[in-house]
Design a protein around this ligand. Structure first.
Ligand SMILES: Nc1ncnc2c1ncn2[C@@H]1O[C@H](COP(=O)(O)OP(=O)(O)OP(=O)(O)O)[C@@H](O)[C@H]1O
Ligand SMILES: [Mg+2]
Length: 219
């Protein structure tokens, strides 16, 4: 896909934050609201997850299926002149990003792609998950340095993005992409949205594959 070569770093908090999800978040709670995110109102859907998990692939398909605009957060930030380059990383103030996004996109139907999209004021946050070994393989193939591969494998392993998303938004849907193709993942997201499901978290637990992905964590 070529885009998002550098990394986005949120300046409000550290990127790698190896905490596990809250225990109550792991009990697979599901809640629905009448009408869900439908009902004719504009809907902002944030698609987030560890680098390489499939956000861009899934977001573009999802936007097409829904007839929503597609927005890549990094492209948006660069276009708006937000953030500061530090080496090859764009460090963003996530509150500033959220304010700017709100000004530009409130009242529109948008799918927002990026691992900082859960910091935006979205109607629903989709957290994509994948076996950490898959993340490792994909990032290795992209030529990421070993250390960067390891950081991201670890982040997926310990649910960093999920925990951040839950802290930011009550409406979080987690979708495991492992062993599925992008169409299946989009189908699953659409079905959850149609059923009015606004919370579904705690569906994966990568602690069982820790040994398997250990080689990525010890460069
Ligand atoms: N079920 C799936 N969902 C999404 N992508 C998948 C799936 N299965 C395989 N892939 C592949 O995984 C890769 C994911 O890359 P993609 O650029 O979409 O990830 P990303 O999360 O946007 O990465 P980045 O954080 O660097 O922007 C693609 O090559 C895609 O074809
Ligand atoms: Mg991407």
């Amino acid at each position: 896909m070529g885009e998002e070569k550098g990394t986005l770093t949120p300046s409000r908090r550290a990127m790698v934050n190896p905490r596990r999800a809250e225990p109550e978040a792991m009990t697979y709670p599901m809640s629905a609201e009448p009408g869900g995110t439908h009902g004719g109102d504009p809907v902002i859907i944030a698609v987030t997850g560890t680098p390489g998990v499939g956000k861009t692939t899934v977001s573009k398909l999802l936007a097409r299926e829904l007839g929503h605009e597609y927005v890549n957060i990094k492209d948006y930030a660069l276009e708006k002149g937000l953030g500061e380059m530090r080496g090859d990383e764009l460090e963003l103030d996530v509150d500033e990003l959220a304010r700017s996004f709100e000004r530009d996109f409130a009242g529109r139907d948008v799918v927002v792609d990026g691992h900082l999209s859960h910091f935006l004021n979205a109607d629903i946050v989709v957290v994509l998950r994948a076996h950490p070994g898959l993340i490792g393989e994909r990032l290795k193939e992209r030529g990421y340095p070993r250390e960067k591969v390891g950081e991201n494998v670890e982040a997926e392993l310990v649910d960093v993005i999920l925990v951040e998303a839950i802290e930011e938004n009550d409406r979080v849907i987690e979708v495991d992409t492992t062993g599925k193709d992008p169409d299946e993942v989009v189908g699953e997201i659409l079905e959850l949205i149609e059923r009015g499901i606004t919370k579904r978290v705690g569906i994966v637990d990568w602690s069982g594959v820790y040994d398997e992905v250990l080689p990525y964590l010890r460069p």
